[in-house]
Design a protein around this ligand. Structure first.
Ligand code: BG6
Length: 456
């Protein structure tokens, strides 16, 4: 039996824009997703937009019972900035009542809410001014963060500022998967820098409002593995880790941007605009914990035709198609649980053994209805996926990594950006043709047993 530490968090993660629905009613203003869907619905898989999503706005009470039924003792969700502060300044009282009741309901069912502030859902009023490209976004975010801490700090002990900051940067400014869908490496770096400073200012506000609480940052972690031991391939691994891991992890935990990253950006004329007080802000506002979302590793090799100055990250590290990789046939992503052990040991050795947790890990499956038998999705593939990852996580904990929990993506099937409802991840299936009715999958039963035994 692999036993996990006492009080280990067995949870799931979800986010406001992907699960609440009611995205343009009840006082909420438009995020970039609402705007993009209104103007370009054809971009979204099956024309599925952000308007309805999984209807937790109406079903949260029953959902909190469902959380308890599958043994969750925590859930990470987010607050929608555009619901709480529709114009950036004025508090929406209905939103306050909703979130307070939702968090209280979780607590009543033995589920600790972990609350995140930004999950790719930029308010449209701010995007119209320039979004994360302008320094003003930092103050706007810090105000929102402070407001949330004041309004919900008595119910929520653990907070996080951003989910996967690299994703809104890359997808919005390099890969065209998020609005404004432009390709501009220099702007991407500026957006990244303002996101980092916004995170830091939110941590500063947190220390003032909730000195006894804990605050962290959630990063998508895709550790790089080099094609070979050659100097060039090893260099590609270093650069990938610098851009994709250390860019946010080092400042969040150690209080400074890595010198090697500053040099690399300078060499490629990508240095962002900064302010003199930023260094001190970073130094003084490090986090209490880190959340790592792990899905798949990154296989890299020296870029074949490096452009100078770099126009895309692929000019700095090349993608390597590892022939031996095991693939999730229902989503196309590599399955490599060993990497979870590697990042856990990295947290131990390189990041002061700071408390951290797996804030997302899960298996997406397209057309999952094909696995429905006797009214239940028989998702044995998902159980195997979790078990394999947990075995490596357990090994790292035995070796001293300071991991305090495991959250799967996700609790109920949810809407996922341009992918709509294509890839299903939940413990509960959501029926889109029947008012988002939920039905338990086999993995939910397995998770309950796992949580009850605190191991497997
Ligand atoms: C995570 C994000 O990285 O991936 C979620 O935090 C997202 O917001 C999830 O929904 C799954 O993504 P996809 O592309 O498989 O639907």
């Amino acid at each position: 039996m692999k036993k996990f530490p006492n009080n280990f968090l067995w949870g799931a993660a979800i986010s406001a824009p992907q699960s609440e629905g009611h995205s343009l009613t009840n006082g909420k203003s438009a995020s970039t997703w609402d705007y993009w869907y209104q103007t370009n619905p054809e971009k979204f898989n099956d024309n599925q937009g952000p308007t309805d999503t999984s209807n937790m706005y109406e079903q949260y009470k029953e959902d909190c019972q469902r959380m308890q039924e599958i043994g969750l003792n925590s859930l990470r969700t987010s607050i929608a900035w555009t619901r709480l502060l529709p114009d950036g300044q004025t508090v929406n009282d209905e939103a306050v009542a909703f979130y307070r009741d939702y968090f209280q309901e979780m607590i009543n069912h033995g589920v600790e809410p972990i609350v995140n502030l930004f999950h790719f859902d930029m308010p449209m009023w701010l995007m119209e001014k320039g979004g994360w490209e302008i320094r003003e976004s930092v103050d706007a975010f810090a105000f929102y963060a402070k407001t949330a801490f004041e309004l919900f700090g008595d119910l929520v002990e653990k907070w996080t500022t951003f989910n996967e900051p690299l994703v809104h940067i890359e997808c919005g400014y390099l890969f065209e998967f998020h609005y404004p869908a432009i390709v501009d490496f220099k702007k991407a770096v500026q957006v990244g820098y303002h996101t980092l400073i916004a995170h830091t200012c939110a941590v500063k506000a947190f220390r003032e409002v909730l000195p006894k609480g804990q605050i962290g940052l959630i990063l998508n972690i895709s550790p790089a593995y080099a094609r070979s031991e050659s100097l060039e391939d090893k260099k590609a691994k270093e650069v990938s880790d610098l851009l994709n891991t250390r860019s946010f992890l080092d400042p969040a935990v150690h209080g400074e941007v890595p010198a090697a990253l500053i040099t690399l950006l300078k060499e490629h004329n990508l240095t962002p605009m900064t302010q003199t007080e930023d260094k001190q802000l970073l130094r003084e506002n490090t986090v209490d914990f880190i959340g790592l979302n792990y899905y798949q590793p990154r296989r890299v090799q020296a870029p074949e035709n490096p452009a100078f100055p770099a126009k895309m990250p692929s000019d700095l590290y090349g993608h390597y198609d590892w022939p031996e990789k095991k693939i999730n046939p229902y989503r196309g992503w590599e399955i490599y649980p060993e990497a979870l052990y590697d990042v856990a040991i990295m947290m131990k050795n390189e990041y002061n053994n700071l408390p951290w947790y797996v804030s997302e890990n899960g298996m997406g499956v397209a057309e999952e209805e094909r696995f429905m038998e006797n009214g239940m999705i028989q998702d044995d593939y998902r159980i195997e996926f979790m078990q394999d990852h947990l075995a490596y996580l357990h090994k790292s904990i035995v070796e001293g990594s300071n991991c305090f929990g495991y959250h799967t993506w996700t609790f109920v099937d949810c809407w996922s950006w341009l992918n709509g409802y294509r890839n299903r991840y939940g413990f509960y299936r959501v029926d889109l043709d029947n008012n988002f009715a939920r039905s338990l999958k086999k993995s939910g039963l397995w998770y309950k047993e796992l949580a009850e035994n605190n191991g497997f």
